[in-house]
Design a protein around this ligand. Structure first.
Ligand code: 5AD
Length: 341
C-alpha cells in the first residue's frame, strides 16, 4: 500500500495507528517522499529560516534517577558543578553578540539553582533583547509562575515516553505528574516544548506510535525527538543506540501532523552519524541549538554521553547551508559582520 494515503491522513489530522507505524519505518524513496512533504509543510507554514538558540548548561546537579542519563543523582562518578550568575551573564552577552535571539538555560533537575535563575531572568531581559527558554525539569506551579512573571518565555519538558508504566520503570517518577507540569506551564503563558526518546530499551513500535500520537495530541509550540544514546555510568550503558532513520521519520511526522511548531534538530542526530543534523533539517526540523557552555563544564554535562557531539556556531551555520536553508535574520546579519563565534 502506498504511503501517500498515510501522509494525507496525517496532514488532515486523522492519522491511523497503522499509518503512523508504516511512516515510522519508511526508508529509501518512500522516506524521501515523506521528507519532501515535511519540507513543503514547513515552507507553507513560514518555518523555513532556521531559528538559532544559544544554550548554557548552568548546572549538572539532578534530583532524578533516570536510567538513560549520566546526570542521575546516584551517579557518584560525575563531578557536579553549578555556574555562577556572573559567568552565565558573560555567556549570554556572547549569545546576543552573535545575533542569536534566544538564551536557553538548561540544567539537571536542580531546585537549588532556582534562586539564581530568578535573579538571572530579569537581568538578562534588562540587558539584552533576547527570549528566554528554560529546561530545568519539574517544579511546583509557584516556581513556574515566578519565572514567567520575571520574563521567561518558553519551557521544554519532554515526556520521553508516553507509557506511564515505562516512564515509571526508567525514571521512578510519574508521567501524569510530568504532563501536569506541562499543562501548568502552558496555562501560565509559556510557549511549551516537549518530545520523546526513540529506541529506549524495551520500547517497541507500538509504543513509538503511542509516543507520536501523544505529541500530536499535545499540540506543543515546539517538539522534538532524540535517538536514544547509551550513556556511560548508567544502567543503560550497554544498550543499543536508537535508530537515526526512525528518529528522522518522527521529525517529518511531527512537521506534517502539526505544521507550525519549531522542531529542534538535536545534536544526538549528528552523534549517531556525521551529517545527521543535515538530514534532520531535510526531514522538517528548523531549529539549531548552539552550545555556549564553556568546555570545562561541557564535559561534565553528560546529557547523551561523555563523547557527545557539541554544536558550535560554525557547525550550525554550515549544516544550515548544506541543507539549502538560511539562519534567522539576526544571526545572519551578525555572522556576515564577522562577529566572534
Ligand atoms: N539519549 C537520548 N536522549 C536523552 N536525553 C537525556 N539523556 C538522553 C539519552 N541518553 C534527553 C531527554 C531529556 C533531554 C534534556 O535530553 O529527552 O529530556
Amino acid at each position: 500500500m502506498p504511503i501517500t494515503d498515510d501522509i494525507e491522513r496525517l496532514a488532515h489530522g486523522n492519522p491511523t495507528r497503522e499509518g503512523i507505524a508504516r511512516l515510522l519505518t519508511v526508508d529509501g524513496d518512500e522516506q524521501e517522499q515523506l521528507f519532501q512533504r515535511a519540507r513543503q509543510e514547513r515552507r507553507r507554514a513560514g518555518g523555513d529560516p532556521v531559528t538559532l538558540r544559544g544554550v548554557i548548561e548552568i548546572s549538572n546537579h539532578c534530583q532524578k534517577s533516570c536510567d538513560y542519563c549520566a546526570m542521575r543523582s546516584p551517579n557518584g562518578e560525575m563531578e557536579r558543578y553549578r555556574m555562577t550568575p556572573e559567568r552565565i551573564l558573560e555567556i549570554v552577552a556572547e549569545i546576543a553578540a552573535n545575533g542569536i535571539p534566544i538564551a536557553f538555560l538548561q540544567a539537571g533537575q536542580d531546585p537549588a539553582a532556582d534562586a539564581m535563575v530568578a535573579k538571572l531572568i530579569p537581568e538578562i531581559k534588562r540587558r539584552f533583547d533576547l527570549r528566554i527558554l528554560l529546561c530545568l525539569g519539574e517544579r511546583p506551579r509557584a516556581t513556574y509562575r515566578r519565572f514567567a512573571e520575571l520574563g521567561a518565555d518558553s519551557y521544554i519538558l519532554k515526556f520521553e515516553t508516553s507509557s506511564p508504566a515505562h516512564y515509571r520503570a526508567i525514571t521512578r517518577t510519574s508521567l501524569p505528574a510530568r504532563l501536569d507540569c506541562l499543562r501548568q506551564l502552558r496555562e501560565l503563558g509559556y510557549a511549551v516544548g516537549t518530545g520523546n526518546i526513540v529506541g529506549l530499551p524495551d520500547q517497541d513500535l507500538s509504543q513509538l506510535v503511542d509516543d507520536v500520537l501523544l505529541a500530536l495530541k499535545l499540540r506543543p509550540d515546539f517538539v522534538s525527538a532524540s535517538p536514544f544514546i547509551a550513556n556511560q555510568s548508567t544502567p543503560f550503558e550497554s544498550c543499543p543506540q536508537g535508530s537515526l532513520n526512525t528518529t528522522l521519520n518522527i521529525l517529518a511526522i511531527y512537521r506534517i501532523g502539526l505544521r507550525t511548531p519549531l522542531i529542534p534538530n538535536v545534536s544526538a542526530l549528528e552523534k549517531l552519524q556525521a551529517g545527521g543534523q543535515r538530514r534532520g533539517l531535510e526531514a522538517g526540523a528548523n531549529v539549531m541549538t548552539v552550545n555556549f557552555t564553556p568546555p570545562s563544564y561541557q564535559e561534565k554535562f553528560n546529557i547523551y554521553s561523555k563523547q557527545r557531539f557539541v554544536v558550535g556556531l560554525q557547525h550550525a551555520l554550515a549544516t544550515i547551508e548544506s541543507a539549502g536553508m538560511e539562519p534567522c535574520s539576526s544571526t545572519r546579519t551578525a555572522s556576515l559582520a564577522g562577529l566572534p563565534s
